[in-house]
Design a protein around this ligand. Sequence first.
Ligand SMILES: [Mg+2]
Length: 388
Amino acid sequence: MSKNRTNRVIMHVDMDAFYASIEQRDNPDYRGKPVVVGGGGPRAVVAAASYESRKFGVRSAMPGREALRRCPDAIFVKPRLDYYRLVSKDIFAIFKELTPVYEGLSLDEAFLDFSEEPGIHDIIEQRARLIKDRIHEQTQLTASVGVGPNKLVAKIASDLLKPDGLCMLFGDTISQTLDPMPASTIPGIGRKTVKRLRSIRVSTIKDLRTAPDAALSAVFGRYAMRIKQRAAGIDDREVVPSRGDKSISAENTFAENLTSAREMEQELILLADRTAERARKKNLLGSVVMIKVRMPDFTTLTRQMQLQPASNSSDAIGGRAREMLRDWRADYPDAAVRLLGVGIAGLQEERQMGLFDSPEDNQGVDQVLDSIREKFGSDVVKRGNRIR
Ligand SMILES: [Mg+2]
């Protein structure tokens, strides 16, 4: 791709305490009070915490009981996910008006890529304000916007001036801002890694950026260079637009968390195969492959990637899914996995394929497997690469 990688304009839009803010908007009694969306019982998990409750140390993904201990006056509200989804739709409709290149990360968070818009560099701040204003007009809710030349910088920036923030980081201000921050600000550097980094005297992003390669390799293995780039504010990942709402997917929650890359990839290939089989039954092709990864603390991430040409081949979908999983593991090398999902979106009708259109896609093999499954059930046949 010939796009100038350092000249991009990426925005990260993140709604402020989304679920909790909706509840406060709709219930005047909740305003100015510590609202926690999610139950306060022993099994409940905090889905969102209003800023008033965050002052007491309440955070999302925290056990409800712990939230109650930290903030006994908290008002616990049952989540209304279907309703939040509707509000989210309105917000995403605004993104869609402003740029075709937006990538949703969750109901309340998205990356928007304005790089291709002529003259954008002169109006970045206006554009960011416009997004915030439009969201507020439409929903009476506030969003924080971070702007930078890539996803990493934009995401860090959106968090800096929350709530209702607008933060732009370009050029020299990137390292000036990132350098003093703790290394754990870089996605994928969790508690365990922080400990290991301490042993090589790395605590800030600057330490990470300037650490000797050999020392970093000892901690991050083959991902050391990537981590070092991230510490320098460099990130080449694309904003991948999700086309259309419809998708086909398969997911699995594991009785025991998966901890090894091998197990994760095996499961992923199985799920990709299941998704591809469903798509073939409906004569649909996907132009976007998505994976979903849920960690033991219920943090859930989705990643997506374009698939060109659009396909419903198990190998093509599985290959992309595996690439994304490896990419995710680079960011979260220590993480265990509780749930995996593979899906395709950007669906289109399958035209009649010529025999030699896509020789590397194993179309023939897929058709044979599908017909055997039709006859004998889907557990009979398993693809070789699962057992590799
Ligand atoms: Mg948010």
